[in-house]
Design a protein around this ligand. Structure first.
Ligand SMILES: Nc1ncnc2c1ncn2[C@@H]1O[C@H](COP(=O)(O)OP(=O)(O)OP(=O)(O)O)[C@@H](O)[C@H]1O
Ligand SMILES: [Mg+2]
Length: 466
Protein backbone atom coordinates (compact mmCIF):
# COMPACT_ATOMS: atom_id res chain seq x y z
CA UNK A 1 0.00 0.00 0.00
CA UNK A 2 1.10 3.58 -0.62
CA UNK A 3 1.97 5.06 2.80
CA UNK A 4 -0.81 7.38 3.96
CA UNK A 5 -0.93 9.46 7.16
CA UNK A 6 -3.98 9.32 9.38
CA UNK A 7 -4.62 12.95 8.44
CA UNK A 8 -4.66 11.98 4.76
CA UNK A 9 -6.93 9.02 5.45
CA UNK A 10 -9.34 11.28 7.34
CA UNK A 11 -9.34 13.77 4.47
CA UNK A 12 -9.84 11.18 1.71
CA UNK A 13 -12.65 9.41 3.57
CA UNK A 14 -14.26 12.57 4.95
CA UNK A 15 -13.76 11.01 8.38
CA UNK A 16 -12.81 12.32 11.78
CA UNK A 17 -9.53 11.41 13.44
CA UNK A 18 -9.88 10.23 17.07
CA UNK A 19 -7.16 9.44 19.64
CA UNK A 20 -4.53 9.37 16.91
CA UNK A 21 -1.43 11.22 15.79
CA UNK A 22 -2.33 12.84 12.43
CA UNK A 23 1.22 12.14 11.22
CA UNK A 24 1.13 8.43 12.10
CA UNK A 25 1.46 6.49 8.88
CA UNK A 26 -0.43 3.48 7.54
CA UNK A 27 1.89 1.51 5.26
CA UNK A 28 0.82 -2.06 5.95
CA UNK A 29 -2.19 -3.99 4.72
CA UNK A 30 -5.78 -2.79 5.08
CA UNK A 31 -7.85 -5.66 6.50
CA UNK A 32 -11.38 -6.34 7.71
CA UNK A 33 -10.40 -9.46 9.68
CA UNK A 34 -8.74 -8.32 12.93
CA UNK A 35 -6.79 -11.60 13.10
CA UNK A 36 -4.97 -10.52 9.97
CA UNK A 37 -4.11 -7.05 11.30
CA UNK A 38 -0.36 -6.48 11.26
CA UNK A 39 2.34 -3.85 11.78
CA UNK A 40 1.54 -0.49 10.22
CA UNK A 41 -1.79 -1.69 8.87
CA UNK A 42 -5.31 -0.31 8.99
CA UNK A 43 -8.14 -2.38 10.44
CA UNK A 44 -11.59 -1.59 9.01
CA UNK A 45 -14.21 -2.49 11.61
CA UNK A 46 -17.34 -3.95 10.06
CA UNK A 47 -20.46 -5.04 11.90
CA UNK A 48 -21.26 -8.53 10.63
CA UNK A 49 -24.06 -10.96 11.42
CA UNK A 50 -22.16 -12.86 14.08
CA UNK A 51 -19.68 -10.34 15.41
CA UNK A 52 -18.91 -6.64 15.34
CA UNK A 53 -15.42 -5.64 14.24
CA UNK A 54 -15.46 -2.71 16.65
CA UNK A 55 -15.11 -5.23 19.48
CA UNK A 56 -11.72 -6.20 18.04
CA UNK A 57 -10.40 -2.66 17.48
CA UNK A 58 -8.06 -2.79 20.49
CA UNK A 59 -6.81 -6.27 19.52
CA UNK A 60 -6.00 -5.05 16.00
CA UNK A 61 -3.99 -2.12 17.32
CA UNK A 62 -2.26 -4.42 19.84
CA UNK A 63 -1.28 -6.60 16.86
CA UNK A 64 0.44 -3.59 15.31
CA UNK A 65 -2.24 -1.82 13.27
CA UNK A 66 -1.64 1.93 13.13
CA UNK A 67 -5.34 2.73 13.41
CA UNK A 68 -8.91 1.56 12.95
CA UNK A 69 -11.52 2.70 10.43
CA UNK A 70 -14.73 2.72 12.45
CA UNK A 71 -18.33 3.88 12.39
CA UNK A 72 -18.59 4.38 16.15
CA UNK A 73 -16.07 5.59 18.74
CA UNK A 74 -13.43 3.12 19.88
CA UNK A 75 -10.70 3.61 22.47
CA UNK A 76 -7.75 3.33 20.09
CA UNK A 77 -6.44 5.57 17.26
CA UNK A 78 -9.19 5.66 14.66
CA UNK A 79 -10.79 7.46 11.77
CA UNK A 80 -14.55 7.69 12.29
CA UNK A 81 -16.54 7.46 9.06
CA UNK A 82 -20.23 7.17 8.20
CA UNK A 83 -19.84 4.07 6.05
CA UNK A 84 -16.87 1.67 5.94
CA UNK A 85 -17.28 0.29 2.37
CA UNK A 86 -17.61 3.86 1.05
CA UNK A 87 -14.48 4.88 2.99
CA UNK A 88 -12.56 1.90 1.61
CA UNK A 89 -13.76 2.81 -1.89
CA UNK A 90 -12.57 6.40 -1.47
CA UNK A 91 -9.19 5.25 -0.20
CA UNK A 92 -8.82 2.75 -3.03
CA UNK A 93 -9.72 5.38 -5.61
CA UNK A 94 -7.14 7.76 -4.16
CA UNK A 95 -4.49 5.02 -4.52
CA UNK A 96 -5.52 4.39 -8.14
CA UNK A 97 -5.36 8.12 -8.88
CA UNK A 98 -1.89 8.29 -7.35
CA UNK A 99 -0.66 5.46 -9.60
CA UNK A 100 -1.61 6.53 -13.15
CA UNK A 101 0.86 4.13 -14.78
CA UNK A 102 -0.89 1.06 -13.38
CA UNK A 103 -2.94 -0.78 -16.00
CA UNK A 104 -6.21 -2.06 -14.62
CA UNK A 105 -8.14 -5.08 -15.89
CA UNK A 106 -11.55 -6.15 -14.63
CA UNK A 107 -13.01 -9.62 -15.14
CA UNK A 108 -16.69 -10.43 -14.75
CA UNK A 109 -19.22 -13.09 -15.74
CA UNK A 110 -21.56 -15.51 -14.03
CA UNK A 111 -19.10 -18.43 -13.83
CA UNK A 112 -15.34 -18.65 -14.03
CA UNK A 113 -14.27 -15.21 -12.76
CA UNK A 114 -11.85 -16.56 -10.17
CA UNK A 115 -10.53 -19.30 -12.48
CA UNK A 116 -9.92 -16.71 -15.23
CA UNK A 117 -8.49 -14.14 -12.84
CA UNK A 118 -6.02 -16.73 -11.53
CA UNK A 119 -5.00 -17.69 -15.09
CA UNK A 120 -4.73 -14.07 -16.21
CA UNK A 121 -2.73 -13.08 -13.14
CA UNK A 122 -0.24 -15.89 -13.79
CA UNK A 123 0.26 -14.56 -17.32
CA UNK A 124 0.37 -10.86 -16.46
CA UNK A 125 2.83 -11.46 -13.60
CA UNK A 126 5.33 -12.38 -16.32
CA UNK A 127 5.04 -8.84 -17.66
CA UNK A 128 5.59 -7.04 -14.36
CA UNK A 129 4.53 -6.65 -10.73
CA UNK A 130 0.83 -7.54 -10.54
CA UNK A 131 -1.77 -7.31 -7.83
CA UNK A 132 -4.69 -9.73 -8.06
CA UNK A 133 -7.16 -10.67 -5.36
CA UNK A 134 -6.85 -13.78 -3.28
CA UNK A 135 -9.75 -16.17 -3.97
CA UNK A 136 -13.01 -14.38 -4.73
CA UNK A 137 -12.26 -10.95 -3.26
CA UNK A 138 -14.69 -9.36 -5.67
CA UNK A 139 -17.28 -7.26 -3.85
CA UNK A 140 -17.57 -3.88 -2.13
CA UNK A 141 -15.12 -5.06 0.54
CA UNK A 142 -12.72 -7.39 -1.26
CA UNK A 143 -12.37 -5.17 -4.31
CA UNK A 144 -11.09 -2.01 -2.57
CA UNK A 145 -9.00 -4.09 -0.15
CA UNK A 146 -7.26 -5.64 -3.17
CA UNK A 147 -6.74 -2.30 -4.88
CA UNK A 148 -5.27 -0.88 -1.67
CA UNK A 149 -2.44 -3.44 -1.89
CA UNK A 150 -1.04 -1.58 -4.91
CA UNK A 151 2.04 0.60 -4.48
CA UNK A 152 4.59 2.48 -6.57
CA UNK A 153 6.10 -0.81 -7.80
CA UNK A 154 2.76 -2.15 -9.11
CA UNK A 155 2.30 -2.26 -12.88
CA UNK A 156 -0.93 -4.27 -13.27
CA UNK A 157 -4.14 -4.82 -11.34
CA UNK A 158 -6.11 -7.92 -12.39
CA UNK A 159 -9.44 -7.63 -10.62
CA UNK A 160 -12.50 -9.86 -10.24
CA UNK A 161 -15.79 -7.95 -10.32
CA UNK A 162 -18.98 -9.46 -8.94
CA UNK A 163 -22.56 -8.27 -9.02
CA UNK A 164 -25.66 -9.28 -7.13
CA UNK A 165 -27.66 -6.46 -8.65
CA UNK A 166 -27.77 -3.61 -11.13
CA UNK A 167 -25.18 -0.91 -10.45
CA UNK A 168 -22.75 -3.09 -8.49
CA UNK A 169 -20.20 -3.46 -11.27
CA UNK A 170 -20.52 0.20 -12.24
CA UNK A 171 -19.69 1.00 -8.61
CA UNK A 172 -16.61 -1.26 -8.58
CA UNK A 173 -15.49 0.32 -11.86
CA UNK A 174 -15.63 3.76 -10.25
CA UNK A 175 -13.42 2.52 -7.39
CA UNK A 176 -10.76 1.32 -9.85
CA UNK A 177 -11.58 2.36 -13.44
CA UNK A 178 -10.49 -0.52 -15.71
CA UNK A 179 -9.04 0.05 -19.15
CA UNK A 180 -9.37 -3.63 -19.98
CA UNK A 181 -12.65 -5.42 -19.34
CA UNK A 182 -13.30 -9.16 -19.75
CA UNK A 183 -16.85 -10.56 -19.80
CA UNK A 184 -17.00 -14.36 -19.69
CA UNK A 185 -20.65 -15.37 -19.76
CA UNK A 186 -24.16 -14.52 -18.66
CA UNK A 187 -25.68 -17.36 -16.66
CA UNK A 188 -27.99 -18.18 -13.84
CA UNK A 189 -25.71 -17.38 -10.87
CA UNK A 190 -27.75 -15.03 -8.66
CA UNK A 191 -30.33 -14.84 -11.46
CA UNK A 192 -33.12 -14.98 -8.84
CA UNK A 193 -31.89 -11.79 -7.22
CA UNK A 194 -31.45 -10.09 -10.58
CA UNK A 195 -34.83 -11.11 -11.96
CA UNK A 196 -33.72 -13.05 -15.05
CA UNK A 197 -30.90 -13.40 -17.53
CA UNK A 198 -31.52 -10.11 -19.32
CA UNK A 199 -31.01 -8.31 -16.05
CA UNK A 200 -27.83 -10.31 -15.40
CA UNK A 201 -26.62 -9.20 -18.84
CA UNK A 202 -27.52 -5.61 -18.05
CA UNK A 203 -25.48 -5.80 -14.84
CA UNK A 204 -22.41 -7.57 -16.30
CA UNK A 205 -22.41 -5.19 -19.27
CA UNK A 206 -21.77 -2.30 -16.92
CA UNK A 207 -18.11 -3.33 -17.22
CA UNK A 208 -18.21 -2.76 -20.99
CA UNK A 209 -19.94 0.58 -20.44
CA UNK A 210 -17.31 1.71 -17.95
CA UNK A 211 -14.40 1.23 -20.36
CA UNK A 212 -12.85 4.34 -21.94
CA UNK A 213 -12.49 4.90 -25.69
CA UNK A 214 -8.83 3.87 -25.51
CA UNK A 215 -9.74 0.74 -23.57
CA UNK A 216 -10.39 -2.81 -24.71
CA UNK A 217 -13.53 -4.89 -24.18
CA UNK A 218 -12.67 -8.60 -24.29
CA UNK A 219 -15.92 -10.44 -24.99
CA UNK A 220 -16.92 -14.09 -25.33
CA UNK A 221 -18.20 -14.45 -28.90
CA UNK A 222 -19.85 -17.77 -28.00
CA UNK A 223 -22.33 -16.14 -25.61
CA UNK A 224 -24.81 -13.95 -27.52
CA UNK A 225 -25.65 -11.87 -24.45
CA UNK A 226 -21.95 -11.13 -23.95
CA UNK A 227 -21.30 -10.42 -27.62
CA UNK A 228 -24.19 -7.94 -27.58
CA UNK A 229 -22.24 -5.87 -25.06
CA UNK A 230 -20.09 -4.70 -28.00
CA UNK A 231 -22.92 -2.19 -28.60
CA UNK A 232 -22.58 -0.84 -25.09
CA UNK A 233 -18.94 0.21 -25.10
CA UNK A 234 -16.79 2.96 -26.53
CA UNK A 235 -13.78 0.70 -26.20
CA UNK A 236 -12.25 -1.38 -28.95
CA UNK A 237 -13.78 -4.86 -28.93
CA UNK A 238 -11.74 -8.07 -29.05
CA UNK A 239 -13.60 -11.37 -29.01
CA UNK A 240 -12.61 -14.91 -28.16
CA UNK A 241 -14.25 -18.20 -29.09
CA UNK A 242 -13.87 -21.92 -28.56
CA UNK A 243 -16.42 -22.77 -31.26
CA UNK A 244 -15.16 -24.79 -34.25
CA UNK A 245 -16.13 -22.01 -36.63
CA UNK A 246 -15.77 -18.38 -35.60
CA UNK A 247 -14.37 -15.07 -36.81
CA UNK A 248 -13.11 -14.16 -33.33
CA UNK A 249 -9.42 -13.15 -33.34
CA UNK A 250 -8.54 -15.27 -30.28
CA UNK A 251 -9.66 -18.89 -30.62
CA UNK A 252 -9.13 -22.44 -29.48
CA UNK A 253 -9.43 -25.22 -32.06
CA UNK A 254 -8.78 -28.93 -31.94
CA UNK A 255 -9.83 -29.10 -28.29
CA UNK A 256 -9.14 -32.46 -26.61
CA UNK A 257 -9.31 -33.64 -23.01
CA UNK A 258 -6.84 -36.10 -21.50
CA UNK A 259 -7.91 -38.91 -19.14
CA UNK A 260 -8.13 -36.47 -16.25
CA UNK A 261 -10.13 -33.93 -18.21
CA UNK A 262 -7.25 -31.51 -18.82
CA UNK A 263 -7.79 -29.63 -22.09
CA UNK A 264 -5.28 -29.32 -24.91
CA UNK A 265 -5.97 -27.06 -27.86
CA UNK A 266 -4.39 -24.98 -30.58
CA UNK A 267 -4.45 -21.31 -29.63
CA UNK A 268 -5.11 -19.19 -32.72
CA UNK A 269 -4.37 -15.47 -32.74
CA UNK A 270 -3.77 -12.97 -35.54
CA UNK A 271 -0.04 -13.38 -34.81
CA UNK A 272 -0.07 -17.15 -35.34
CA UNK A 273 -0.90 -20.36 -33.54
CA UNK A 274 0.56 -22.34 -30.64
CA UNK A 275 -0.33 -25.59 -28.88
CA UNK A 276 -1.50 -25.27 -25.27
CA UNK A 277 -2.10 -27.92 -22.60
CA UNK A 278 -3.73 -26.70 -19.41
CA UNK A 279 -3.07 -28.09 -15.97
CA UNK A 280 -6.64 -27.24 -15.02
CA UNK A 281 -9.47 -29.73 -15.40
CA UNK A 282 -12.65 -29.39 -17.43
CA UNK A 283 -13.50 -28.11 -20.90
CA UNK A 284 -15.03 -25.00 -19.34
CA UNK A 285 -11.50 -23.80 -18.61
CA UNK A 286 -10.86 -23.37 -22.35
CA UNK A 287 -12.91 -20.14 -22.62
CA UNK A 288 -11.37 -19.01 -19.34
CA UNK A 289 -7.89 -19.57 -20.80
CA UNK A 290 -8.83 -17.74 -24.02
CA UNK A 291 -10.06 -14.75 -22.04
CA UNK A 292 -6.79 -14.67 -20.09
CA UNK A 293 -4.83 -15.05 -23.33
CA UNK A 294 -6.72 -12.19 -25.01
CA UNK A 295 -6.02 -9.94 -22.03
CA UNK A 296 -2.31 -10.80 -21.89
CA UNK A 297 -2.06 -10.24 -25.65
CA UNK A 298 -3.55 -6.75 -25.28
CA UNK A 299 -1.02 -6.05 -22.54
CA UNK A 300 1.79 -6.87 -24.95
CA UNK A 301 2.62 -10.51 -24.26
CA UNK A 302 3.74 -12.50 -27.29
CA UNK A 303 2.14 -15.75 -28.39
CA UNK A 304 4.92 -17.99 -27.08
CA UNK A 305 4.78 -16.31 -23.69
CA UNK A 306 1.02 -16.74 -23.55
CA UNK A 307 1.13 -20.42 -24.56
CA UNK A 308 3.95 -21.14 -22.14
CA UNK A 309 2.24 -19.24 -19.32
CA UNK A 310 -1.09 -20.99 -19.82
CA UNK A 311 0.64 -24.36 -19.76
CA UNK A 312 2.43 -23.49 -16.53
CA UNK A 313 -0.57 -21.94 -14.73
CA UNK A 314 -1.93 -23.85 -11.74
CA UNK A 315 -5.21 -23.68 -9.83
CA UNK A 316 -4.61 -21.00 -7.22
CA UNK A 317 -8.01 -20.96 -5.54
CA UNK A 318 -9.27 -24.05 -3.72
CA UNK A 319 -12.20 -26.38 -4.39
CA UNK A 320 -12.61 -25.61 -8.09
CA UNK A 321 -12.31 -28.79 -10.13
CA UNK A 322 -9.64 -30.33 -7.93
CA UNK A 323 -9.06 -33.86 -9.20
CA UNK A 324 -7.73 -36.28 -6.59
CA UNK A 325 -6.81 -39.89 -7.34
CA UNK A 326 -7.07 -42.20 -4.34
CA UNK A 327 -4.65 -45.08 -3.89
CA UNK A 328 -7.58 -47.50 -4.21
CA UNK A 329 -8.30 -46.26 -7.74
CA UNK A 330 -11.26 -44.03 -6.92
CA UNK A 331 -11.08 -40.49 -8.35
CA UNK A 332 -12.65 -37.56 -6.46
CA UNK A 333 -13.55 -34.28 -8.18
CA UNK A 334 -13.79 -31.58 -5.54
CA UNK A 335 -15.73 -28.75 -7.16
CA UNK A 336 -17.43 -27.82 -3.90
CA UNK A 337 -16.66 -24.10 -4.04
CA UNK A 338 -19.98 -23.05 -5.52
CA UNK A 339 -22.77 -24.13 -7.84
CA UNK A 340 -25.18 -22.72 -10.39
CA UNK A 341 -26.82 -24.47 -13.36
CA UNK A 342 -24.03 -23.71 -15.84
CA UNK A 343 -21.20 -24.69 -13.51
CA UNK A 344 -22.95 -27.91 -12.43
CA UNK A 345 -23.42 -28.90 -16.08
CA UNK A 346 -19.74 -28.13 -16.75
CA UNK A 347 -18.75 -30.27 -13.76
CA UNK A 348 -21.03 -33.16 -14.81
CA UNK A 349 -19.47 -33.01 -18.28
CA UNK A 350 -16.03 -33.30 -16.69
CA UNK A 351 -17.25 -36.13 -14.45
CA UNK A 352 -18.59 -38.06 -17.44
CA UNK A 353 -15.29 -37.58 -19.25
CA UNK A 354 -13.21 -38.80 -16.31
CA UNK A 355 -15.51 -41.77 -15.74
CA UNK A 356 -15.00 -43.31 -19.16
CA UNK A 357 -14.17 -46.89 -18.22
CA UNK A 358 -15.58 -46.55 -14.70
CA UNK A 359 -18.79 -45.47 -13.04
CA UNK A 360 -19.75 -41.89 -12.26
CA UNK A 361 -21.29 -40.75 -8.97
CA UNK A 362 -22.26 -37.22 -7.96
CA UNK A 363 -22.91 -35.82 -4.50
CA UNK A 364 -24.77 -32.62 -5.24
CA UNK A 365 -26.12 -30.03 -2.85
CA UNK A 366 -28.58 -27.35 -3.82
CA UNK A 367 -27.92 -24.37 -6.07
CA UNK A 368 -28.77 -21.22 -4.14
CA UNK A 369 -30.29 -17.90 -5.21
CA UNK A 370 -32.09 -19.07 -8.35
CA UNK A 371 -35.41 -17.51 -7.37
CA UNK A 372 -38.64 -18.77 -8.92
CA UNK A 373 -36.88 -21.07 -11.38
CA UNK A 374 -35.08 -22.96 -8.61
CA UNK A 375 -37.17 -26.16 -8.61
CA UNK A 376 -37.22 -26.45 -12.41
CA UNK A 377 -33.47 -25.77 -12.60
CA UNK A 378 -32.74 -28.53 -10.09
CA UNK A 379 -34.96 -30.94 -12.00
CA UNK A 380 -33.25 -30.08 -15.28
CA UNK A 381 -29.81 -30.71 -13.77
CA UNK A 382 -31.02 -34.05 -12.39
CA UNK A 383 -32.26 -35.00 -15.83
CA UNK A 384 -28.95 -33.90 -17.38
CA UNK A 385 -27.07 -36.11 -14.91
CA UNK A 386 -29.26 -39.09 -15.76
CA UNK A 387 -28.66 -38.66 -19.50
CA UNK A 388 -24.90 -37.98 -19.46
CA UNK A 389 -22.53 -40.42 -21.17
CA UNK A 390 -23.79 -43.80 -22.30
CA UNK A 391 -26.08 -44.57 -19.39
CA UNK A 392 -26.13 -41.56 -17.05
CA UNK A 393 -24.62 -41.40 -13.59
CA UNK A 394 -24.45 -44.66 -11.66
CA UNK A 395 -25.58 -42.77 -8.59
CA UNK A 396 -26.91 -39.30 -7.88
CA UNK A 397 -26.89 -38.35 -4.20
CA UNK A 398 -28.82 -35.18 -3.36
CA UNK A 399 -27.78 -33.59 -0.06
CA UNK A 400 -30.47 -31.76 1.87
CA UNK A 401 -34.14 -31.18 1.23
CA UNK A 402 -33.62 -28.26 -1.17
CA UNK A 403 -31.59 -30.51 -3.47
CA UNK A 404 -34.29 -33.21 -3.65
CA UNK A 405 -35.77 -31.93 -6.97
CA UNK A 406 -32.52 -33.10 -8.59
CA UNK A 407 -33.72 -36.65 -7.95
CA UNK A 408 -37.19 -35.94 -9.39
CA UNK A 409 -35.53 -34.69 -12.57
CA UNK A 410 -33.30 -37.76 -12.84
CA UNK A 411 -36.28 -40.09 -12.36
CA UNK A 412 -37.98 -38.43 -15.34
CA UNK A 413 -35.48 -40.31 -17.53
CA UNK A 414 -37.25 -43.66 -17.90
CA UNK A 415 -34.25 -45.42 -19.42
CA UNK A 416 -31.96 -44.42 -16.53
CA UNK A 417 -30.69 -47.38 -14.52
CA UNK A 418 -28.70 -45.43 -11.92
CA UNK A 419 -29.67 -44.87 -8.30
CA UNK A 420 -31.38 -41.71 -7.02
CA UNK A 421 -30.42 -41.31 -3.37
CA UNK A 422 -31.45 -38.67 -0.83
CA UNK A 423 -29.10 -37.76 2.02
CA UNK A 424 -30.10 -35.35 4.81
CA UNK A 425 -26.49 -34.16 5.19
CA UNK A 426 -22.93 -34.70 4.02
CA UNK A 427 -22.19 -37.44 6.55
CA UNK A 428 -25.21 -39.41 5.34
CA UNK A 429 -24.07 -38.93 1.73
CA UNK A 430 -20.66 -40.36 2.60
CA UNK A 431 -22.32 -43.32 4.27
CA UNK A 432 -24.50 -44.00 1.23
CA UNK A 433 -21.48 -43.93 -1.01
CA UNK A 434 -19.14 -45.92 1.22
CA UNK A 435 -20.31 -49.43 0.35
CA UNK A 436 -21.03 -48.60 -3.28
CA UNK A 437 -17.65 -47.28 -4.46
CA UNK A 438 -15.32 -49.55 -6.40
CA UNK A 439 -11.89 -48.93 -7.97
CA UNK A 440 -12.04 -46.79 -11.13
CA UNK A 441 -15.24 -45.05 -10.00
CA UNK A 442 -15.29 -41.24 -10.14
CA UNK A 443 -17.16 -39.04 -7.65
CA UNK A 444 -18.04 -35.38 -8.12
CA UNK A 445 -18.81 -33.22 -5.07
CA UNK A 446 -20.52 -29.89 -5.77
CA UNK A 447 -22.98 -27.47 -4.18
CA UNK A 448 -23.51 -23.82 -3.43
CA UNK A 449 -21.08 -22.28 -0.98
CA UNK A 450 -23.64 -22.31 1.81
CA UNK A 451 -23.76 -26.14 1.76
CA UNK A 452 -20.04 -26.43 2.65
CA UNK A 453 -19.59 -29.76 0.90
CA UNK A 454 -15.80 -29.28 0.75
CA UNK A 455 -15.66 -31.25 4.02
CA UNK A 456 -17.40 -34.15 2.27
CA UNK A 457 -14.89 -33.97 -0.57
CA UNK A 458 -11.99 -33.85 1.88
CA UNK A 459 -13.34 -36.89 3.72
CA UNK A 460 -13.66 -38.77 0.44
CA UNK A 461 -10.17 -37.77 -0.66
CA UNK A 462 -8.72 -38.92 2.66
CA UNK A 463 -10.39 -42.31 2.60
CA UNK A 464 -8.70 -45.55 1.60
CA UNK A 465 -5.55 -44.73 3.58
CA UNK A 466 -3.78 -42.42 1.17
N1 LIG B 1 -16.44 -20.72 -18.06
C1 LIG B 1 -17.15 -21.47 -17.21
N2 LIG B 1 -18.39 -21.94 -17.53
C2 LIG B 1 -19.10 -22.69 -16.69
N3 LIG B 1 -18.68 -23.06 -15.47
C3 LIG B 1 -17.46 -22.62 -15.09
C4 LIG B 1 -16.64 -21.81 -15.92
N4 LIG B 1 -15.49 -21.55 -15.26
C5 LIG B 1 -15.58 -22.14 -14.07
N5 LIG B 1 -16.76 -22.80 -13.95
C6 LIG B 1 -17.30 -23.55 -12.80
O1 LIG B 1 -17.75 -22.60 -11.84
C7 LIG B 1 -17.21 -22.87 -10.55
C8 LIG B 1 -16.76 -21.58 -9.94
O2 LIG B 1 -15.65 -21.11 -10.67
P1 LIG B 1 -15.00 -19.72 -10.28
O3 LIG B 1 -14.76 -19.71 -8.83
O4 LIG B 1 -13.87 -19.49 -11.20
O5 LIG B 1 -16.21 -18.76 -10.66
P2 LIG B 1 -16.60 -17.32 -10.09
O6 LIG B 1 -17.30 -16.65 -11.21
O7 LIG B 1 -15.40 -16.66 -9.54
O8 LIG B 1 -17.62 -17.65 -8.91
P3 LIG B 1 -18.11 -16.63 -7.73
O9 LIG B 1 -19.25 -15.85 -8.32
O10 LIG B 1 -18.54 -17.58 -6.66
O11 LIG B 1 -16.95 -15.77 -7.34
C9 LIG B 1 -16.08 -23.85 -10.77
O12 LIG B 1 -16.10 -24.80 -9.76
C10 LIG B 1 -16.32 -24.47 -12.12
O13 LIG B 1 -16.99 -25.69 -11.97
MG1 LIG C 1 -15.05 -15.90 -7.71
Amino acid sequence: MIPLSLAQIARVTGGQLCHGDPDAVVSGEVVIDSRRAGPGGLFAAVAGERSDGHDFAAAAVAAGATAVLATRPVTVPSVLVADVPAALAALARSVVDALPAVRIAGITGSSGKTSTKDLAAQLVERLGPTIAPAGSYNNEFGHPLTVLRADAATRYLVLELSARGIGHIAYLCRVAPPRYGVVLNVGHAHAGEFGGLDQVARAKGELAEALPADGVAILNADDPRVLAMAERTEARVVTFSSAPVSDAPVRAVDIRLDDLGRPSFILLTPEGSAPVTLRLHGAHNVPNALAAAALARELGMDLDGIADGLGAAVARSRWRMEVHQRPDGVTVINDAYNANPESVRAAIDALAHLAQGGRAFAILGHMAELGGTSRASHEDIGEYAARIGDSGLAGLIAVGEEAAPLLDGARRVRSWTGEALAAPDGAAALELLANRLKPSDVVLVKASRAAHLEGVAAALEGEAGQ
